[in-house]
Design a protein around this ligand. Structure first.
Ligand code: SAH
Length: 249
């Protein structure tokens, strides 16, 4: 084929396969959405990761292609059917596919930077986006879905959660951020929140940049930043601070 993507040409063959995300959703048009722009979008274009969406409705049967039904036992709303979801998941999961199968769910384990790093080291992810009241428990059990939450609040669907997860992973993929911003220094990476940042102008609305930062003394600057991190974490996130203290011991 003569239609060679110029970006692919420069890549050597020994390069590991790109991180591969497959999203199962009732709203495939939402993707790539914000992930098609800036850092993640460029990385997507450059083949550093890939994103496929599967429309859950394509796996429904019958004249009406129903994907949901009323909850057994009664109650409000609709529940996504296990048979339809299982067909979609099985389709997404190729032979030998070792990617984690994740259901975005407010009942899941909270997404943390540690989990994000773990997912970065996998071949990719299969992400199932719930809608309505959620999904039939039997497909969670039967397909061993790992439930992950992006926070203690309820979204109207898993799609934004899937985007949050992918955004957090993609920026850590090799070649995405470049050398300078390796992500090592960020909040959570050390178990602490990040220290405050400043840039020019040196004086703004009567406020100065802390003198130490313009001193040029790298040792003192590092020490100051660390102290700021510790103080901020203690004040804002006592839970993280205690975990960090315990870790130190
Ligand atoms: N009835 C459910 C909420 C359903 S919200 C309950 O009370 O637990 C509909 C869908 O949105 C969910 O199936 C899930 O895929 C997604 N969702 C909602 N909140 C979320 C969160 N905090 N994290 C990840 N996904 C979430």
């Amino acid at each position: 084929m003569s239609d060679v993507n110029p970006i692919d040409e420069g890549q050597n063959e020994a390069q590991i396969a790109p991180w591969r995300a497959t999203v199962l959703t009732l709203f495939p048009d939402m993707f790539p959405g914000p992930l098609g722009t800036t850092l993640a979008g460029r990385a997507l274009e450059n083949g550093l990761w890939s994103l496929d969406t599967l429309h859950i409705r394509d796996f429904a049967e019958g004249k009406h292609r129903n994907v949901d039904d009323t909850p057994a036992g009664g109650g409000a709303g609709m529940v996504l059917r296990p048979d339809v979801l299982a067909r979609a998941i099985d389709h997404a999961t190729g032979e030998g596919d070792q990617r984690p199968r994740i259901l975005l769910s407010p009942r899941g384990k909270p997404l943390t930077q540690e989990k994000v790093r773990e997912l970065k080291d996998a071949d990719g992810v299969i992400l199932l986006c719930g809608r309505f009241e959620g999904v039939d428990q039997r497909v969670i059990d039967g397909r061993q879905l790992e439930e992950i939450s992006i926070g203690d609040y309820i979204l109207s669907g898993g799609e934004l959660g899937a985007m949050v997860l992918m955004d957090a992973v993609v920026r850590l993929l090799p070649g995405v951020m470049g050398k300078v911003a390796s992500g090592e220094d960020e909040s959570f990476e050390s178990g602490l929140l990040e220290y405050p940042h400043y840039t020019r102008p040196t004086e703004w609305e009567g406020r100065d940049i802390p003198e130490i930062l313009t001193s040029g003394h790298h040792g003192n600057i590092a020490k100051w930043r660390h102290e700021q991190s510790v103080a901020l974490t203690k004040e804002r996130r006592p839970d993280l601070y205690e975990a960090w203290e315990r870790e130190k011991e």
